[in-house]
Write a protein that binds this ligand. Structure first.
Ligand code: RNT
Ligand code: ZN
Length: 422
């Protein structure tokens, strides 16, 4: 689209919003201040650099699209490409399996910040908003029987507690070097395929392990802990140790962050409704924005009703400073750069749509009991000229407007991705 068309459309659209009392410039300013944490693992289908098999907890990338990143250089180049197609300043979310160990096999409980120096230097050079982190409790021989921090064997538990502590220190180093707290998120695959008899003991062991992990006091300005629950996984259909209730209680009593993943609840539950409930008690949340299709399928995030409702809750509730937004999906059946770009752009569109609501007016209607007008307004808002505001935001951030980003991805695919074999 011609730049002059984008600007003309923006002017008209801004007038339409202004009629409702919405200041589009204000909305764009607010949007620019919301960083999204882009998960690196869409870039390589969660393979990591340890040369191990992906396994555990039913997380599985399906598809065989060519060109996945095979090492840190390739992954960083791909991420740079994504960020060149998306407006704003964002974060990257790493797992411990993305350590750079110079070809040496470092046991996970011995990982150190130096193994992430390449990532930290890159994040600084790229002027990223920051880095986030995750210990990796899957794709490992000591996780092969489906238990890690809640394992009945104390030696295996100990190994994973040491890994957890090692990762917390790495997150702290990231946060210190980059000047923004790194959120270190703990998700474990632990659970039973079939009906357990003793549901309590694994949870007691998990609690002890987490307490041992948190005993090491680190600088909250540099790192924060989050815990992520799950309902079930492949191989843990009947029982998951780290359930929602377990971690809600844990996060509350230990004053750490609760991580909620959109795919980790019963299919008719919505993440959106959980935000104000949990924030009534926990200080901060980490969200894993995903798209469950019939199950926790981790499809690429798109601008659907669920995403919009989540964004609306964050904005309407005034929760921007207490909600950390991370993406979590992995689809190996399409171009991975496109997958990340679609996910990031969709998240930003949802936030912008939410920021463009005439919130005070809507609240007024609600408190006056005028539910007729509330419904009417919410429906009218859906067809306001949102696209013109979004296009203008992309143009002024010097990223492609509309579908033009896809041409750049196609070019990158031709120049870079097809040369990768595997
Ligand atoms: C798995 C969780 C978890 C992972 C990542 C890779 O069900 O959603 O967040 O997707 O840690
Ligand atoms: Zn998740």
């Amino acid at each position: 689209m011609k730049r002059s068309t984008v600007e003309k459309s923006y002017k008209l659209a801004a007038e339409a919003y202004a009629e409702l009392g919405v200041d589009t410039e204000e909305a764009l300013k607010k949007l620019a201040a919301i960083p999204i944490s882009l998960h690196c693992w869409q870039g390589d289908d969660l393979a990591g650099f340890e040369s191990g098999e992906l396994s555990g907890g039913g997380i599985l990338a399906t598809g065989s699209y060519g060109g996945r990143a095979r090492n840190a250089e390739e992954m960083r180049a791909d991420l740079e490409e994504v960020f060149s197609l998306v407006p704003g300043c964002h974060r990257v979310n790493l797992h411990s399996i993305y350590a750079e160990t110079g070809g040496k096999k470092i046991p996970r409980n011995e990982l150190r910040p130096e193994h992430f120096a390449g990532w930290i230097d890159w994040a600084k050079a790229q002027k990223l908003h920051g880095l986030d982190f995750n210990p990796t409790f899957f794709s490992h021989p000591l996780a092969a029987d489906g238990f890690t921090l809640s394992h009945a064997d104390p030696a295996i538990r100990r190994f994973w507690v040491e890994h957890a502590i090692a990762c917390r220190r790495i997150a702290e180093a990231m946060g210190k070097k980059l000047g923004t707290p790194s959120i270190n998120n703990t998700w474990i695959p632990d659970g039973f395929k079939d009906t357990p008899v003793d549901r309590l003991s694994p949870r007691q062991r998990l609690c002890e392990s987490l307490d041992a992990m948190l005993k090491v006091k680190l600088d909250p300005k540099a790192m924060r802990d989050a815990v992520e629950s799950k309902l079930f996984g492949i191989g843990s259909e009947s029982y998951v140790v780290g359930s929602h209730e377990f971690y809600l209680g844990y996060a509350l009593t230990r004053r750490i962050l609760l991580c909620m993943d959109a795919g980790h609840y019963h299919p008719t539950e919505t993440l959106a409704d959980k935000i104000s409930s949990t924030l009534s008690f926990v200080d901060e949340l980490l969200l894993h924005i995903s798209r469950p299709v019939r199950w926790d399928s981790d499809h690429v995030v798109i601008l659907d009703d669920a995403l919009l409702a989540t964004a609306q809750e964050i904005i309407r509730g005034g929760f921007v400073s207490r909600v950390h937004i991370g993406l979590d999906f992995f689809d190996a059946s399409i171009n991975r750069i496109a997958a990340m770009t679609i996910g990031l752009r969709s998240m930003l569109k949802a936030l912008l749509l939410a920021l463009l609501e005439p919130l005070a007016a809507l609240k007024k209607l609600e408190s006056a009991g005028d539910y007729t007008a509330r419904l009417a307004m919410l429906e009218e808002l859906k067809t306001l000229p949102f696209a013109a505001i979004w296009d203008h935001y992309c143009a002024r951030n010097n990223v492609p407007v509309g579908k033009a980003w896809l041409e750049e991805v196609r070019q990158y695919e031709k120049d870079v991705l097809v040369r990768r074999n595997g």
